[in-house]
Design a protein around this ligand. Structure first.
Ligand code: ADP
Length: 486
């Protein structure tokens, strides 16, 4: 059963009970009030009648209510009847006699149960009658006196009241239920919309669905607001997950692609060596010893280079895989000057064609960052090596700036540079700009690792570059106060 119907049923049920109780109370009250009044009138008059004992012609005793009181009663629309048991004679007030009415008289033995008020039907007319024995002075029963009132009009009024209450209640119930159903349907309509939207989302994959609602901010308005908010968050999460999943897939496919190239070279060279040394003399290329030796040395050199490339690639991938699992590293206060000086010194031994210069590093005296020595060095080497790799001639330069509680390490080169629109991608995994792809050796992972290291150090990086003119990378790291001397 729908909530709509259930609400209406409850509402109608409660209304039904309320109407029933109200009708019963009204009817009961009117019934009691009219009958009470009638009864007290009858009782009053009954008590006023002074039966006058009479000696009948046959010598038996009888009684007749006194004339003046019966006259009064007739005026008050009361009907009087007396009966003498001894001679079985009945006396009737004029209004009874004239209408030919007579109340039923019980025998003495049965009459005991009939004392008091009784409803009677005489010749098809309804009456309420008060009846009791009449006693002689020595307490002997000698008569049965009955005073009644015609209740037809009262009954009619009560019957009319009953039917008014019944039809009124029924009409109210029907109108209220219909209106209730209509209102319930109207107020439930937005909920139906929510359910439809939820259903649509459940069936499809479209999380961009939102529920249109321009009604008041009542319970339903708030429910729709919450639902839309939930959808928005879910859509956000889903997109993040989807992006992460896509990135993961790209990473795996790029990684396997990158690993295949060195493996192919290694296999080719191993096959060549195998042919030279393990094959039958007829398969061996027809060459002199000196040429053969040269080929072998070149093949072994290739294998060694590719193995090195692979191991570099694997170690880079491992770093990124660790970064993906949310792994960070221990950080301590690090004095920057000795660390950078050490990196600058070691960079002198790296292969390069450009000149290698450094600015004044003494400004770093007493400057500390919260960081990890090994990872900071790795990051610095990535930028310096890139500078060397992508600067066939000219200069690669490192200098430092202190600005607003941050230290900026600037790597400047006058190398091949990049297109501006490539900047957003260079920190992505395996991304290599067009002009370096296939020309300069590299994996496309260096800057992703550097970016991760910078992020963990709560730093940032800026890039300025122009194709053919060179590039400048500035890494900003927050500085800390010098730690106390130990
Ligand atoms: P890799 O250098 O191994 O290719 P990186 O992640 O370090 O990978 O760099 C990504 C790409 O960014 C490089 O392939 C190159 O195209 C570009 N790039 C990085 N540094 C420089 C630079 N100093 N000058 C010009 N291009 C650069």
């Amino acid at each position: 059963m729908s909530i709509r119907l259930r609400l209406t049923a409850w509402y109608s049920g409660i209304l039904f009970i309320t109407l029933l109780a109200f009708s019963l109370a009204v009817y009961g009250f009117v019934h009691l009030y009219t009958y009470d009044e009638l009864k007290s009138r009858i009782q009053q008059q009954y008590n006023k009648i002074r039966p006058v004992p009479t000696i009948n012609e046959d010598g038996s005793m009888g009684f007749t209510p006194d004339r003046s009181s019966t006259m009064r009663m007739e005026e008050a629309d009361l009907y009087v009847q007396s009966y003498t048991y001894q001679n079985e004679r009945t006396w009737l007030s004029d209004n009874m006699r004239l209408r030919g009415l007579e109340f039923e008289v019980p025998t003495v033995s049965k009459a005991k149960k009939e004392q008091g008020f009784k409803k009677k039907n005489v010749a098809g007319y309804p009456f309420i009658v008060y009846q009791d024995f009449v006693y002689t002075q020595d307490n002997q029963i000698y008569g049965w006196l009955q005073v009644g009132a015609y209740t037809g009009s009262v009954e009619k009024t009560l019957a009319r009241l009953k039917s008014i209450l019944f039809t009124g209640s029924l009409a109210t119930l029907i109108i209220a239920s219909t209106l209730g159903l209509f209102l319930a349907r109207k107020s439930m309509k937005p909920i139906q919309t929510v359910a439809d939207a939820a259903n649509q989302i459940q069936k499809g994959t479209d999380l961009s669905v939102r529920i249109e609602y321009d009604g008041p901010q009542d319970e339903i308005g708030r429910l729709i607001g919450t639902f839309n908010g939930m959808l928005e968050r879910t859509e956000g999460f889903y997109k993040e997950l989807d992006d992460a999943y896509a990135a993961q897939r790209r990473f795996v496919s790029d990684a396997s692609h990158e690993l295949r190239t060195p493996l192919t070279t290694i296999r080719g060279n191993v096959d060549l060596l195998h042919k030279i040394w393990a094959g039958s003399p007829s398969e061996r290329p027809d060459m002199d010893e000196e040429t053969l030796k040269q080929i072998v040395v070149e093949a072994v050199g290739d294998i060694s280079d590719e193995a090195k490339r692979m191991s570099r690639l694997l170690s880079d991938m491992l770093s990124l895989a660790r970064a993906d699992t949310g792994q960070t590293f221990e950080k301590d206060p690090i004095a920057l000057q000795p660390l950078i000086e050490e990196v600058v010194r070691r960079a002198n031994f790296l292969p390069r064609k450009a000149e290698w210069h450094t600015g004044d590093l003494s400004v770093l005296n007493g400057v500390y960052v919260e960081g990890n020595r090994d990872y900071l060095q790795q990051m610095l080497f990535i930028f310096i090596e890139n500078g060397f790799k992508y600067t066939p001639e000219g200069e690669v330069r490192l200098d430092v700036i202190l600005y607003k509680g941050q230290v900026g390490i600037r790597f400047l080169d006058t190398g091949i540079g990049m297109d501006k629109d490539e900047i957003p991608y260079i920190f992505e995994r395996f991304y290599r700009a067009d002009q370096s792809r296939g020309v300069t050796e590299g994996t496309g992972l260096g800057l992703s690792i550097a970016k991760w290291i910078i992020d963990v150090h709560e730093g940032s990086v800026e890039v300025v570059t122009r194709r053919g003119e060179g590039s400048t990378f500035i890494v900003w790291l927050p500085t800390i106060f010098a730690p106390p001397l130990e």
